[in-house]
Design a protein around this ligand. Sequence first.
Ligand code: ADP
Ligand code: MG
Length: 242
Amino acid sequence: MGNVIDIQHLSKSFGSHEVLKDINFSVEKGEVVTVIGSSGSGKSTLLRCINLLEIPSGGEIIYHGENILQKKNLNDYRKHMGMVFQQFNLFNNWDVLNNCTVGQKKILKRSKAEAEEIALNYLKVVGMDRYVKARPHQLSGGQKQRVAIARALSMSPDALLFDEPTSALDPEMVGEVLRVMKELAQSGLTMIIVTHEMEFAREISDRIVFMDKGLIVEEGSPDELFNNPKHERTKAFLQRAL
Ligand code: ADP
Ligand code: MG
Protein backbone atom coordinates (compact mmCIF):
# COMPACT_ATOMS: atom_id res chain seq x y z
CA MET A 1 0.00 0.00 0.00
CA GLY A 2 2.88 2.41 0.72
CA ASN A 3 3.40 5.04 3.38
CA VAL A 4 1.38 8.23 3.46
CA ILE A 5 4.17 9.84 5.45
CA ASP A 6 7.49 8.66 6.72
CA ILE A 7 9.07 10.63 9.55
CA GLN A 8 12.78 10.22 10.19
CA HIS A 9 14.84 11.51 13.11
CA LEU A 10 12.33 14.25 13.81
CA SER A 11 13.17 16.63 16.65
CA LYS A 12 11.50 19.72 18.03
CA SER A 13 12.76 22.14 20.64
CA PHE A 14 11.13 25.17 22.20
CA GLY A 15 14.12 27.24 23.29
CA SER A 16 16.40 24.84 25.12
CA HIS A 17 13.57 22.41 25.86
CA GLU A 18 13.78 19.42 23.53
CA VAL A 19 10.19 18.24 23.33
CA LEU A 20 10.60 15.64 20.55
CA LYS A 21 13.78 13.56 20.26
CA ASP A 22 14.70 11.47 17.26
CA ILE A 23 11.17 10.39 16.35
CA ASN A 24 10.90 7.73 13.64
CA PHE A 25 7.34 7.10 12.65
CA SER A 26 5.50 6.18 9.49
CA VAL A 27 1.88 5.67 8.59
CA GLU A 28 0.59 3.46 5.82
CA LYS A 29 -2.35 4.29 3.64
CA GLY A 30 -5.52 3.14 5.41
CA GLU A 31 -3.77 2.61 8.70
CA VAL A 32 -5.21 3.77 12.03
CA VAL A 33 -2.46 4.66 14.49
CA THR A 34 -3.16 5.82 18.04
CA VAL A 35 -0.56 7.72 20.03
CA ILE A 36 -0.80 7.38 23.81
CA GLY A 37 1.30 8.74 26.65
CA SER A 38 1.25 11.00 29.69
CA SER A 39 0.42 14.67 29.51
CA GLY A 40 3.51 16.58 28.38
CA SER A 41 5.10 13.63 26.58
CA GLY A 42 4.97 15.44 23.22
CA LYS A 43 1.89 13.91 21.55
CA SER A 44 0.33 17.21 20.45
CA THR A 45 3.68 18.55 19.30
CA LEU A 46 4.16 15.45 17.16
CA LEU A 47 0.76 15.93 15.48
CA ARG A 48 1.44 19.65 15.05
CA CYS A 49 4.79 18.85 13.43
CA ILE A 50 3.13 16.32 11.11
CA ASN A 51 0.85 18.98 9.66
CA LEU A 52 3.44 21.73 10.10
CA LEU A 53 1.52 23.85 12.57
CA GLU A 54 4.95 23.65 14.21
CA ILE A 55 8.12 23.58 12.17
CA PRO A 56 10.36 20.72 13.30
CA SER A 57 13.86 21.57 14.53
CA GLY A 58 15.43 18.65 12.70
CA GLY A 59 14.75 15.46 10.80
CA GLU A 60 12.72 14.69 7.73
CA ILE A 61 9.08 14.25 6.78
CA ILE A 62 8.97 12.22 3.60
CA TYR A 63 5.80 12.67 1.56
CA HIS A 64 5.56 11.26 -1.97
CA GLY A 65 9.28 10.54 -1.91
CA GLU A 66 10.35 14.06 -0.95
CA ASN A 67 11.41 15.63 2.31
CA ILE A 68 8.79 18.33 2.50
CA LEU A 69 10.78 20.30 5.07
CA GLN A 70 13.15 21.27 2.28
CA LYS A 71 10.39 22.68 0.14
CA LYS A 72 9.66 26.38 0.00
CA ASN A 73 5.89 26.17 -0.23
CA LEU A 74 4.64 24.20 2.76
CA ASN A 75 0.97 25.00 2.14
CA ASP A 76 0.88 22.52 -0.67
CA TYR A 77 1.63 19.76 1.82
CA ARG A 78 -0.41 21.18 4.71
CA LYS A 79 -3.68 20.95 2.84
CA HIS A 80 -3.27 17.18 2.56
CA MET A 81 -3.10 16.70 6.35
CA GLY A 82 -6.43 17.29 8.10
CA MET A 83 -6.63 18.09 11.78
CA VAL A 84 -9.37 17.76 14.38
CA PHE A 85 -8.69 19.68 17.58
CA GLN A 86 -9.80 19.21 21.17
CA GLN A 87 -11.52 22.63 21.10
CA PHE A 88 -13.18 22.14 17.65
CA ASN A 89 -11.81 25.47 16.27
CA LEU A 90 -14.94 26.16 14.24
CA PHE A 91 -15.54 29.64 12.83
CA ASN A 92 -18.19 30.90 15.23
CA ASN A 93 -19.63 33.56 12.94
CA TRP A 94 -20.41 31.13 10.16
CA ASP A 95 -23.04 28.46 9.86
CA VAL A 96 -22.23 24.78 9.65
CA LEU A 97 -22.25 24.62 5.84
CA ASN A 98 -19.95 27.63 5.49
CA ASN A 99 -17.58 26.14 8.03
CA CYS A 100 -17.31 23.09 5.78
CA THR A 101 -16.94 24.94 2.47
CA VAL A 102 -14.67 27.93 3.13
CA GLY A 103 -11.42 25.96 3.08
CA GLN A 104 -12.47 24.01 0.03
CA LYS A 105 -13.18 27.21 -1.89
CA LYS A 106 -10.17 29.22 -0.70
CA ILE A 107 -7.48 26.55 -0.53
CA LEU A 108 -8.65 23.86 -2.96
CA LYS A 109 -10.27 26.37 -5.36
CA ARG A 110 -13.45 24.33 -5.61
CA SER A 111 -16.60 25.99 -6.89
CA LYS A 112 -19.33 26.85 -4.40
CA ALA A 113 -21.60 24.14 -5.80
CA GLU A 114 -18.95 21.45 -5.66
CA ALA A 115 -17.81 22.49 -2.18
CA GLU A 116 -21.39 22.38 -0.90
CA GLU A 117 -22.04 18.98 -2.41
CA ILE A 118 -18.91 17.54 -0.81
CA ALA A 119 -19.64 19.22 2.53
CA LEU A 120 -23.21 17.91 2.58
CA ASN A 121 -21.99 14.42 1.84
CA TYR A 122 -19.65 14.47 4.85
CA LEU A 123 -22.19 16.22 7.07
CA LYS A 124 -24.41 13.21 6.33
CA VAL A 125 -21.60 10.85 7.25
CA VAL A 126 -21.30 12.48 10.69
CA GLY A 127 -25.08 12.84 11.10
CA MET A 128 -25.11 16.66 10.98
CA ASP A 129 -26.75 17.33 7.61
CA ARG A 130 -29.92 18.63 9.29
CA TYR A 131 -27.90 21.45 10.87
CA VAL A 132 -26.41 23.17 7.81
CA LYS A 133 -27.82 26.57 8.81
CA ALA A 134 -26.96 26.33 12.49
CA ARG A 135 -24.21 28.44 14.06
CA PRO A 136 -21.66 26.71 16.30
CA HIS A 137 -23.07 28.32 19.48
CA GLN A 138 -26.39 26.54 18.82
CA LEU A 139 -24.72 23.13 18.87
CA SER A 140 -23.63 20.81 21.65
CA GLY A 141 -19.96 19.94 22.00
CA GLY A 142 -20.47 16.56 20.39
CA GLN A 143 -22.27 18.15 17.45
CA LYS A 144 -19.53 20.76 17.05
CA GLN A 145 -16.88 18.10 16.97
CA ARG A 146 -18.80 16.11 14.37
CA VAL A 147 -19.00 19.27 12.21
CA ALA A 148 -15.25 19.76 12.69
CA ILE A 149 -14.71 16.20 11.46
CA ALA A 150 -16.92 16.83 8.42
CA ARG A 151 -15.02 20.03 7.70
CA ALA A 152 -11.69 18.21 7.82
CA LEU A 153 -12.98 15.38 5.60
CA SER A 154 -14.33 17.90 3.09
CA MET A 155 -10.72 18.89 2.34
CA SER A 156 -10.06 15.35 1.01
CA PRO A 157 -7.04 14.84 3.26
CA ASP A 158 -4.52 12.05 2.76
CA ALA A 159 -4.61 11.55 6.51
CA LEU A 160 -6.72 12.91 9.34
CA LEU A 161 -5.04 13.79 12.63
CA PHE A 162 -7.09 13.90 15.83
CA ASP A 163 -5.72 15.60 18.95
CA GLU A 164 -7.78 14.41 21.93
CA PRO A 165 -11.05 14.95 20.05
CA THR A 166 -13.25 13.95 22.99
CA SER A 167 -11.33 15.51 25.89
CA ALA A 168 -13.35 18.74 25.92
CA LEU A 169 -16.71 16.97 25.74
CA ASP A 170 -19.25 16.22 28.44
CA PRO A 171 -19.17 12.48 29.10
CA GLU A 172 -22.55 11.85 27.49
CA MET A 173 -21.26 13.24 24.18
CA VAL A 174 -18.08 11.23 23.92
CA GLY A 175 -19.83 8.21 22.44
CA GLU A 176 -21.32 9.97 19.40
CA VAL A 177 -17.89 11.28 18.36
CA LEU A 178 -16.14 7.97 18.93
CA ARG A 179 -18.84 6.23 16.90
CA VAL A 180 -18.18 8.51 13.93
CA MET A 181 -14.42 7.96 14.26
CA LYS A 182 -14.93 4.21 14.37
CA GLU A 183 -16.92 4.32 11.13
CA LEU A 184 -14.20 6.39 9.47
CA ALA A 185 -11.55 3.94 10.64
CA GLN A 186 -13.51 1.08 9.14
CA SER A 187 -14.01 3.00 5.89
CA GLY A 188 -10.27 2.94 5.18
CA LEU A 189 -9.39 6.53 6.13
CA THR A 190 -5.78 7.00 7.24
CA MET A 191 -5.93 8.27 10.82
CA ILE A 192 -3.46 9.35 13.49
CA ILE A 193 -5.23 9.74 16.80
CA VAL A 194 -4.12 11.06 20.17
CA THR A 195 -6.58 9.94 22.83
CA HIS A 196 -6.91 8.81 26.42
CA GLU A 197 -9.86 6.57 25.47
CA MET A 198 -7.95 3.32 25.86
CA GLU A 199 -10.79 0.88 25.15
CA PHE A 200 -11.61 2.78 21.98
CA ALA A 201 -7.94 2.82 20.93
CA ARG A 202 -7.68 -0.92 21.48
CA GLU A 203 -10.79 -1.54 19.43
CA ILE A 204 -10.12 0.57 16.34
CA SER A 205 -6.33 0.90 16.01
CA ASP A 206 -4.06 -1.09 13.75
CA ARG A 207 -1.12 0.11 15.81
CA ILE A 208 -0.51 1.82 19.14
CA VAL A 209 2.46 4.12 19.72
CA PHE A 210 3.50 4.89 23.31
CA MET A 211 5.39 8.15 23.87
CA ASP A 212 7.22 9.27 26.97
CA LYS A 213 9.35 12.38 27.43
CA GLY A 214 9.56 13.15 23.73
CA LEU A 215 10.49 9.64 22.65
CA ILE A 216 8.59 6.78 21.07
CA VAL A 217 9.26 4.15 23.71
CA GLU A 218 7.33 1.29 22.22
CA GLU A 219 4.85 0.52 19.44
CA GLY A 220 2.90 -2.50 18.32
CA SER A 221 -0.52 -3.96 17.74
CA PRO A 222 -3.15 -3.15 20.39
CA ASP A 223 -2.77 -6.69 21.67
CA GLU A 224 1.01 -6.44 21.94
CA LEU A 225 0.98 -3.06 23.57
CA PHE A 226 -1.93 -3.42 25.98
CA ASN A 227 -1.60 -7.09 26.89
CA ASN A 228 2.11 -7.58 26.63
CA PRO A 229 4.00 -4.29 27.01
CA LYS A 230 7.76 -4.74 26.96
CA HIS A 231 9.07 -1.56 28.54
CA GLU A 232 8.78 -0.61 32.19
CA ARG A 233 7.62 2.87 31.27
CA THR A 234 4.80 1.48 29.12
CA LYS A 235 3.74 -0.86 31.92
CA ALA A 236 3.74 1.98 34.45
CA PHE A 237 1.69 4.23 32.15
CA LEU A 238 -0.86 1.52 31.40
CA GLN A 239 -1.23 0.70 35.07
CA ARG A 240 -2.23 4.31 35.69
CA ALA A 241 -4.36 4.63 32.55
CA LEU A 242 -6.34 1.39 32.33
P1 ADP B 1 1.13 16.28 25.18
O1 ADP B 1 0.26 16.62 24.03
O2 ADP B 1 1.66 14.89 25.16
O3 ADP B 1 0.49 16.60 26.51
P2 ADP B 1 2.70 18.53 24.26
O4 ADP B 1 3.22 18.17 22.93
O5 ADP B 1 1.55 19.45 24.34
O6 ADP B 1 2.44 17.21 25.10
O7 ADP B 1 3.86 19.21 25.09
C1 ADP B 1 5.13 18.60 25.26
C2 ADP B 1 6.02 19.60 25.98
O8 ADP B 1 6.28 20.70 25.11
C3 ADP B 1 5.44 20.17 27.25
O9 ADP B 1 6.47 20.29 28.20
C4 ADP B 1 4.96 21.53 26.81
O10 ADP B 1 5.00 22.44 27.87
C5 ADP B 1 5.97 21.92 25.75
N1 ADP B 1 5.41 22.80 24.72
C6 ADP B 1 4.40 22.50 23.85
N2 ADP B 1 4.14 23.52 23.03
C7 ADP B 1 4.99 24.52 23.38
C8 ADP B 1 5.22 25.85 22.91
N3 ADP B 1 4.51 26.36 21.88
N4 ADP B 1 6.17 26.58 23.52
C9 ADP B 1 6.90 26.07 24.53
N5 ADP B 1 6.74 24.82 25.03
C10 ADP B 1 5.80 24.05 24.47
MG1 MG C 1 -1.69 17.26 23.95
